[in-house]
Design a protein around this ligand. Sequence first.
Ligand code: ATP
Ligand code: MN
Length: 483
Amino acid sequence: MAYKGKNRIVHILESEDYGKTVTVFGWVRTKRESKNVGFITLNDGSTIQNLQVVIEGSSMNEALMARIHSGASLKITGELIPSPGQGQKVELKAGAVEILGEANPDEYPLQPKKHSLEFLREIAHLRFRTNTFGAITRVRHAMIFAIHKFFNDRGFYNIHTPIITASDAEGAGEMFRVTTLPSLNPPLNETGAVDFTRDFFGRETNLTVSGQLEAELAALAMSLVYTFGPTFRAENSNTSRHLAEFWMIEPEMAFYDIHDNMDLAEDLLKYLLNYALEHCPDDLDFLSKRQQDEEKNKKQEDRSPMELIEKLKFVIDNKFERISYTEAYEILKNSNHNKKKKFQFPVHEWGIDLQSEHERYLVEKHFGKPVILIDYPKKIKAFYMRVNDDDQTVRAMDILFPQIGEIVGGSQREERLGKLLARMKETGIPEKQMWWYLETRKFGSVPHSGFGLGFERMMLFVTGMGNIRDVIPFPRTPLNAEF
Ligand code: ATP
Ligand code: MN
């Protein structure tokens, strides 16, 4: 077929090889026809721009044209000519037009008009063919690539941590079970519970909620490592920021304290935004316009105060505010918002978990920029976070972003065996099951830190999209696993 390199539409549009004969491939976005001339816009996914194709003279064949509609796939050989139209340098004067696959206009659900994002979720198998999802797909790829580049350039090793896991240390009750036991009449033990010793792995197993614990094992030998894999949470929270299956970047660094950890996370986020600005200008431009269109339908107070590209630059240019949970608590408690009872969850007692509305208030209303919160009360954080000298708070760090809330959750880890054991007892984590984790604290333990960046939360921010279902190709959410 010869679809390689130079004849992808992104390259053709950049070339000025007027007079050259090329063969292009792609899907029809629009078709217009007048008496002796037809116009087709063709897209092959390589760019947000379409290639304009002109069909006239001996190439213009009414029977053929009648079979070409939006969504059809074509192979066209023709001559590159300067474009009289605005916005592109070059267009294609068609010679031979071959239809690879027709698309019946009475059935094809994507018409050249604006479709709602909700409707597009119902046709996720076709939504790659829209401008919006083409742009998101390219930006998503650029971000994946940039993440690996960022860590590789800094000497980190990528670790594949297991997807099936027997440890439920992080989120008991929120996991998806993996089993080969029959769902009807599974074997039971003496107590009448399911007998997992007869299951595939001889024990109860689940899909992982995080690769952190295993990444820690690697960091305590390789020093700098990261995982970037799928994670699963069976939380039944139908929000615009939660998926049941999402991707997480989890670096883990030996010899890093909480401050080194914050520096790395801030660097990573800024690096990714920079990378997107540099490598995806056309797509971001499109997404910015899309967002501005969408904003018009929103209430004034829900509108984003900044245009997308301006917003990305603003985050790159400003140091994130770093404050303690206690300081944040005071700000929230004393805010007019709280006094006027405008929070759904009032802020009245030190120790409460911060809700998304509180996080967004700090970021959007109080500081007007990303915020890193550290030193959370230990009772609302996981057992592996390092306990501070006050014995009340732990060295946790959450990064809060505008419109998103929490984008990163991390901590300096508890490296002292005695303190770790005490915390496990306090939080009811079974010691026996975690013997392998504990051994790293017995043998050559070192201060170390890490964090988890939710990839789709990051994608929400970079693309300006409002719903996490629209930044992953095939979202998994409660009651939704169609495609
Ligand atoms: P939240 O409080 O927002 O539900 P969390 O505290 O449960 O998040 P962590 O366990 O700290 O999240 O996970 C690390 C990161 O993974 C979060 O900062 C967020 O970016 C992302 N994340 C967590 N849960 C989800 C989810 N259900 N869907 C998408 N991303 C998520
Ligand atoms: Mn968290």
